[in-house]
Design a protein. Structure first.
Length: 291
């Protein structure tokens, strides 16, 4: 199997596991609080990733790099899950996944300034139209009815963009994909530790059903998904070749939301979401300047 085929396979598995997190988060939030859910999810993921890292011969971070791992953990897991879960309280799986899908565009812009990955006129234009799509989703029912969940989810997209860039940086520093995701995830426990008491209290009384949902999210949507994502990022020369797979998430998440939660996207979501997805697809195909 070629390196490119492996990278694409890792990306597809990541999107599948991430997509299921949208409807499952809404299910989990029927019992867990937003803060507890994030803390418990990273704890379960950390234990799974420690095993994966050990099996893959991963080492431990150098002391001088611990700050980078703490920042990576905060962006990719700690702050991300806090803002993501807050957004899921008032957004459907479809709406949340569409807003998160802007992350590849944000990552490409960041990579443009940090790594010299060039963006052409089409790219900058589609960046603008993507945010017009967000505005349509936000304002469809009137300015006074803006859904606050969109702001929380936009925040999640921004911090995950930062995680993508930090992931690339740590890879260039010589760390393996397993090491990056494992110790970033463990670092996020520190970020979410203020919610540990509440999380343990809720976990002590949880039913088997919600426990199964929690473990599914922790192992599939967190541990394995982020491991595959890091593997893909470590195998590419161009960050956007991996992050552009993000535009598939809304389609899969909307389907799963419909099957699991019987959610029906609103007209504003369909119109604004279509603008966003078309913008992202055009960006992925035509938005990068040839070197």
């Amino acid at each position: 199997m070629s390196k490119k085929v492996q990278m694409n396979l890792f990306c597809i598995l990541t999107i599948l596991f991430w997509a299921i997190a949208f409807p499952l988060s809404k299910v989990a939030l029927q019992y867990f609080s937003t803060n507890s859910l994030g803390f418990l999810r990273v704890c379960i993921a950390s234990m799974a990733l420690l095993i994966i890292n050990k099996l893959n011969g991963g080492g431990v971070p150098k002391k001088k790099d611990l700050g980078w791992f703490l920042l990576s953990g905060a962006c990719g897991f700690g702050i991300y899950l806090f803002t993501f879960n807050r957004g899921m309280l008032t957004l459907t799986s479809a709406s949340s996944s569409i807003v998160i899908a802007i992350t590849p565009v944000l990552t490409a812009v960041a990579a443009h300034y940090l790594y010299g990955e060039r963006i052409n006129v089409i790219g900058w234009t589609t960046l603008i139209t993507a945010f017009i799509g967000v505005a349509i989703m936000m304002l469809w029912d009137g300015v006074l009815s803006i859904n606050p969940g969109i702001f929380w989810t936009l925040g999640a997209a921004v911090v995950f963009c930062a995680y993508n860039i930090l992931n690339r940086k740590l890879s260039k520093m010589g760390y393996k994909a397993t090491e990056i995701v494992t110790y970033s995830m463990i670092s996020s426990i520190l970020v979410l530790s203020p919610f540990s008491v509440q999380g343990i209290r809720e976990l002590s009384n949880v039913s088997p059903y919600y426990l199964a949902v929690l473990f599914t999210m922790g192992i599939l949507s967190s541990a394995l998904a982020y491991f595959f994502w890091s593997k893909a990022l470590s195998m590419t020369e161009n960050t956007s070749d991996v992050t552009n797979y993000g535009f598939l998430t809304p389609f899969v998440a909307t389907l799963m939301g419909s099957l699991i939660l019987s959610e029906v996207p609103s007209l504003g979501t369909v119109i604004g979401g279509s603008v966003i997805i078309v913008s992202i697809v055009i960006f992925s195909k035509k938005g990068k300047a040839k070197s």
